[in-house]
Design a protein. Structure first.
Length: 538
């Protein structure tokens, strides 16, 4: 006989979990006491939300569900933003939260909150475990649900008394959940319809979304496009499916995307969307597009197909398996004129503006940075102007571009980079954020120090909430309100407080030397890039 807490640890060990992220509290203490006897490594973050973001970075790089843990009440509610972020971006997490004793549920006792109820809109599934004997099959199901179909976060809420009760432990060998049978292989009839549409198209275009990474399908999608000669664009979350300099890749679409990618969508007669929800930031006028373009929408989640953009040919299935089925059919067409037209429009220059003394050009900086990064680098971008500058200028080769697209959560980059580095310790990992988002997660520099995780952090510093300021300038007659970050600390002193080397960059002619020092440092390094507050993203 073992306790429920010991059973929880054994379940994690059976699932091959080697690292978890969390923040302890009274209602989850039995679990932590049992964790002390396990080889599983625990990463103590400085706030629960960042435990979730770190787990997200770990899951995205390893391809396996990652685990984060918090206590009841505020511990659980602090995790909600990270859970919602993972849900919107289809990241597989197993979240364990402590809960008050079962006999106290519903009495509004100390640190009680209806965790499963409150988190229901942004979890794939959730459990409130009231019987200690349920623990093994609940954990087995949680990992299965998180990692199959459309991946996502699964919550396990554990009352403290259940963690202390005894059970005979036996871990299930398989999962069979009635009503949950994800469709993975594409329907043969729909596959034939897609092949026929490709062969008939004069101006086909493939839109790569983040679901391709969730399915680990980037290599097979790349092979398919090369086999057929299909031109490719991507959503923000699909950046990296194709190398940035691939002859068939024509950039990111959407309101913050490139001219050519958006123009290509307008001119195409066949748009093949894989693993993307094509929301409002990707396609501004979906009704106009679907009226003139044949739309093929491939997704593992039936609810996403046609939700934002009407699909002429819907196709449900796992991206890797569906594209393999398409490859077998070897569809092709005479698209030389179309590819030639796209190539001819590559050279449309991005608008430039005069640089302010004492500031750098963020677009040029990221291009210079890209040239010096390792081939398989993991580049983690935060949210705001830094995200758009990164998306437009970072040159992806065989690395990954991680960011939060669906929720757009500030403060994501630093903890996610810590998780990514723990998931791929031999790879170069850098994080890029603004000075606003830096102040939402700068305490995680302590996490990096404590656990020996070298962090390479670039802070784009302009003294304001740049993206909001830009919106106020463009849409609200330049009336700035609540966007200045006056009173912020000196970033160099913050780095020094954590014992981390620091450098400030204020001129583009010094960018190469600053980047070399940044990347060449053995451990962590903070590089502040001073940006003109009036610098925009267009």
């Amino acid at each position: 006989m073992i306790t429920g807490a010991q059973a929880m640890i054994k379940c994690l060990e059976h699932e091959g979990v080697s690292v978890i992220f969390g923040y302890p509290g009274a209602a989850i203490c039995p679990f932590y006491d049992s964790l002390a006897d396990s080889p599983i490594r625990h990463i103590l973050t400085r706030t629960e939300q960042n435990a979730g973001h770190a787990a997200s970075g770990y899951a995205r790089i390893t391809g396996r569900p990652a685990v984060c843990v918090a206590t009841s009440g505020p511990g659980a509610t602090n995790l909600f933003t990270a859970i919602a972020t993972a849900y919107m971006d289809s990241i597989p997490l197993v979240i364990i939260t402590g809960q008050v004793s079962t006999e106290l549920l519903g009495r509004d006792v100390f640190q009680e909150v209806d965790t499963t109820g409150a988190a229901e809109p942004f979890t794939k599934y959730s459990y409130l475990v009231k019987d200690v004997k349920e623990i093994p099959h609940v954990f087995k199901e949680a990992f299965y649900i998180a990692s199959t179909g459309r991946k996502g976060p699964v919550l396990i809420d554990m009352p403290v008394d259940v963690q202390q009760k005894l059970l005979d432990f036996s871990y299930p060998k398989e999962v069979n959940i009635r009503g949950y049978k994800p469709c993975t292989k594409g329907h043969a009839v729909q596959i034939k319809r897609v092949v026929a549409a490709i062969k008939q198209a004069k101006r086909p275009l493939l839109c790569a979304g983040g679901g391709i990474f969730a399915a680990n399908a980037q290599q097979v999608v790349r092979a398919f496009c090369e086999q057929c000669g299909l031109p490719v664009i991507s959503t923000l979350m699909g950046i990296g499916v194709m190398p940035s300099d691939h002859p068939l890749y024509f950039g990111m679409l959407g309101q913050s995307g490139g001219y050519l990618a958006n123009r290509a969508v307008e001119e195409s007669d066949l748009l093949i969307i894989i693993g993307a929800r094509v929301g409002d930031r990707a396609v501004a006028a979906p009704r106009e597009l679907e009226a003139v373009t044949t739309v093929v929408h491939i997704d593992i989640d039936t609810a996403e197909i046609g939700k934002n953009l009407g699909a002429t040919i819907p196709l449900v299935g796992d991206a890797a398996l569906v594209v393999e089925q398409l490859i077998e059919q070897k569809p092709t067409g005479a698209w030389q004129e179309w590819i030639g037209w796209l190539d001819a429009h590559r050279g449309v220059p991005a608008p430039t503006r005069a640089q302010t003394d004492g500031c750098i050009d963020p677009n040029a900086f990221i291009r210079v940075l890209s040239q010096r990064l390792e081939d398989d680098v993991i580049y983690v971008s935060d949210v705001g102007q830094n995200q758009i500058w990164s998306a437009k200028n970072y040159l992806v080769r065989n690395g990954r571009f991680l960011t939060t697209g669906g929720m757009g959560t500030m403060g994501y980059a630093l903890p996610a980079a810590i998780g990514a580095k723990l998931g791929a310790s031999q790879r170069q990992v850098i994080a890029v954020c603004g000075d606003g988002s830096f102040q939402m997660s700068m305490m995680e520099l302590a996490t990096a120090n404590q656990h020996g995780v070298p962090v390479k952090l670039i802070v784009m510093s302009n003294g304001c909430l740049g993206m909001v300021r830009e919106i106020q300038q463009n849409r609200f007659d330049n009336r700035e309100m609540a966007v200045k970050l006056d009173g912020s600390p000196e970033i160099g002193k913050i780095a020094a407080a954590y014992g981390i080397p620091f450098r400030q960059l204020t001129a583009m002619q010094d960018a190469g030397a600053a980047i070399d020092a940044f990347l060449g440092a053995e451990g962590s390094f903070v590089l502040e890039c001073v940006i003109d507050p009036k610098e925009g993203t267009n």
